[in-house]
Design a protein around this ligand. Structure first.
Ligand code: GRF
Length: 184
């Protein structure tokens, strides 16, 4: 598959995918990294890895995806709602990583540390990460793969975040591999 990874922030999930590609963990090619934020550090990571980047303010995203022959999209910390036309063209070929055990702690306004604060405040014994297909409902698409961990000994939302992000990195690259192998 020719993959475009969409980021809005630090891009540690992107980095996990770049490393996985370089190590041959999956065969797909990360052909483009897109961001809605010109200063997203994920764009720096992409450039360091020799990847093409595209800042959405610079032109038409759909044209760029078509020009690059993109056939699969991975949202990795991308904090913007996708447009209808993009969702239509790539239906069933867009996945997202979310830092909770969906459907719990998902949906509008549930992103970043807010997720872990809600999990912590509710004294959850377990949390984790989810990769799901993307559709019109925020965090509502079919769940592909999840990873969970006991968080009963963790003492803050930050500790939960630092623990869950490690699961995310493993889960996302595995989801890409399973998608390219047709398992998911
Ligand atoms: C991750 O926790 C991801 O699950 C969420 O946003 C965060 C992005 O982190 N969607 P990074 O930019 O990949 O480091």
């Amino acid at each position: 598959m020719k993959i475009a990874v969409f980021v809005s922030g630090s891009g540690t999930n992107l980095q996990a995918l770049l490393d996985a590609e370089a190590s041959g963990f999956f065969k797909s090619e990360i052909a483009l990294v897109v961001s809605n934020k010109a200063d997203a550090y994920g764009l720096e990571r992409a450039k360091k890895a020799g990847k093409k980047t595209f800042f959405e303010g610079d032109g038409d995203l759909l044209d760029v995806l078509e020009d690059e022959g993109i056939d699969f999209i991975v949202l990795a910390g991308y904090l913007k709602i996708l447009g209808e036309e993009l969702l239509r063209r790539y239906r069933g070929r867009i996945i997202n990583i979310h830092p909770s055990l969906l459907p719990a702690y998902g949906g509008k306004g549930m992103y970043g540390l807010k997720v872990h604060e809600a999990v912590f405040d509710n004294r959850e014994q377990r949390s984790g990460a989810t990769v799901h297909y993307v559709n019109e409902t925020v965090d509502g698409g079919k769940i592909l793969i999840q990873s969970s961990i006991d968080i009963s000994r963790l003492r803050s939302p930050e500790e939960i975040q630092q623990t869950v992000i490690v699961l995310e990195h493993e889960l996302l690259k595995t989801a890409v591999r399973f998608c390219e192998e047709g398992i998911l």
